[in-house]
Ligand binder design. Sequence first.
Ligand SMILES: Nc1ncnc2c1ncn2[C@@H]1O[C@H](COP(=O)(O)OP(=O)(O)O)[C@@H](O)[C@H]1O
Ligand SMILES: [Mg+2]
Length: 260
Amino acid sequence: MSENKSKLAININGVSKNFGTVQAVKNLDLQIDAGTVFGFLGPNGSGKSTTMKMIMGLIKPNSGNLNVYGIDVTANPWDVKKIVGYVPESPRLYDFLTGLEYLDFIADVYGLDAHTKKTRIDEYLEAFDLENRENEMISGYSHGMQQKIAIIAALLHKPKLLILDEPLSGLDPKSARIVKDLIHKLTSEGVTTILSTHVLEIADAVCDKMAILYQGTKLAEGTPSQLRKESKMPDSTLEDIFLKLTGTNDIKDIVQALGK
Ligand SMILES: Nc1ncnc2c1ncn2[C@@H]1O[C@H](COP(=O)(O)OP(=O)(O)O)[C@@H](O)[C@H]1O
Ligand SMILES: [Mg+2]
């Protein structure tokens, strides 16, 4: 039992979050093993971003407990942020800094020494195909370039947990490929990654395990193949399973929501 616990990156028990009358997350239980890629899958408004923000201590739950690598998030939100890298949905950077100035600033916030800072920034700029563009203003970067700078900024302090909210949305195929490869590389180094997506193929391709969220509730959880088996639709696509689990016949609405 204690051995199992030490391998958990995330332990969430009975977590709920309301915004006024909106129940964004309802009584969520979730355990995520360290060194794995976990996906939150669900249409817009299903509680994915809210759950991610609670995991890193940006917003507090109304009830329940969240534990990250043994740290109680509500009691120690500061300690959690030191080991987490977070890329929000559509991150906003500082338009009038260059990419390099922005990364330099973030590295200083994390207290990296000059050598470590330079080594890591150079390494990631190259990996993300951004070398020779780092001295241009962020305002002139494409959406994909800004997304990549935001991901680099989240990695500079070598987090144990990476939280990516809709990381591939709006990325061109080459950038998406770089991000997918990066996630695999980080996993091989023992990093835990949580990502959200409403694109089912992404979850299938990248995640070891996933939870399907719908209206703040976890409908199902498992590896892609477990989900196929449990839904008794072994040959089906994740989309078929999702439609079955949400119990809706109004396929058009869901497909539209998923495509947003
Ligand atoms: N800061 C907030 N204030 C009010 N309502 C919010 C806030 N954040 C999220 N919500 C609501 O909570 C629900 C879940 O939102 P969210 O977690 O962003 O879903 P998802 O990321 O799956 O699209 C939605 O109904 C959303 O409108
Ligand atoms: Mg969201």
